[in-house]
Write a protein that binds this ligand. Structure first.
Ligand code: NAD
Length: 257
């Protein structure tokens, strides 16, 4: 399976799932644009390492996904976007009545509105180039809910709705739009939730991992960033040409419960 000659933009890809997705796309031959809101030597070094390891073009472009114009500018700066992976995301955990309004706004902007802006900027490029794949990294929380995650669950359900709408608007073109719904993947985002969850549930780290996080995941195993990247590569393959407007769960059976 080769994606040689295709250009991929992966938002929020200097760590975790985004970086894993970028690496698997590059392994399949795609040129990749990494992104986050920082502009550190380490960010550019990640792109250089991918270029060296997989023999593709890899660049890092700074853009803050909480800003709609910056989202659109990222896609424009990529100078060609065949594959768009909307992955940037943040989490905040709090009961709804004390959920800080600015955190609500940030979660909705980064996890949901950013995808609206990048897709709007990418579709004309995909149409011009005659092929396109949009993959939105949603969550098991795009299909089910958990307490204390109101903004995240709302944003992830929203991105599933956006996915379906874009798929219908592009259904008769060589463009697909799908969402991947991971269960728990041990990334910095999940690591950062553990202290909050320990406080909320008055539990040890081990108990939070086993009894709160992986309790919902029947496999009792975290999904890996390589598995997520492999699923994105599959959605870019000829076998997936008629897969559009749907969700693929990579959650160890969570949403089967
Ligand atoms: P992570 O914290 O490792 O990665 C998040 C990425 O988003 C980072 O690269 C970060 O720099 C970037 N980011 C954050 N704010 C940004 C901004 N304003 N502008 C640009 N980039 C920004 O977390 P992750 O677990 O790899 O999460 C990636 C995606 O996967 C998120 O959308 C998350 O909701 C989703 N997800 C994760 C899990 C999990 O268990 N880890 C499960 C389901 C869904």
């Amino acid at each position: 399976m080769t994606l040689k000659g295709k250009s991929a933009v992966i938002t929020g890809s200097n760590s975790g799932i985004g970086l894993g997705v970028a690496r698997e796309l590059a392994r399949a031959g795609a040129d990749v644009v990494l992104n986050s809101f920082t502009d550190l030597p380490e960010d550019h070094a990640l792109a250089a390492a991918i270029a060296a390891e997989f023999g593709v073009r890899a660049r890092y472009i700074k853009a803050d996904m909480s800003n709609g114009n910056a989202c659109r500018a990222l896609v424009d700066a990529a100078g060609g976007c065949d594959i768009l992976v909307n992955n940037a995301g943040i989490q905040h955990v709090s009961p709804v009545e004390s959920f800080p309004a600015e955190k609500w706004d940030a979660v909705i902007a980064i996890n949901l509105s950013s995808a609206f802006h990048t897709i709007a900027a990418a579709l004309p490029q995909m149409r011009k180039r005659g092929w396109g794949r949009v993959v939105n990294i949603a969550s098991a929380h795009g299909l089910t809910a958990s307490p204390y995650k109101s903004a995240y669950v709302a944003a992830k359900h929203g991105i599933v709705g956006l996915t379906k709408t874009v798929a219908l608007e592009t259904a008769q073109e060589p463009i697909t739009c799908n969402a991947i719904c991971p269960g728990y993947v041990l990334t910095p985002l999940v690591e950062a939730q553990i202290p909050d969850q320990m406080k909320t549930h008055s539990m040890s780290r081990e108990d939070v991992i086993k009894k709160v996080m992986l309790e919902r995941q029947p496999s009792r195993e975290f999904a890996t960033v390589e598995q997520l990247g492999g699923t994105v590569v599959f959605l870019c393959s000829p076998a997936a040409e008629q897969i559009t407007g749907t969700t693929i769960s990579v959650d160890g059976g969570w949403t089967a419960l």
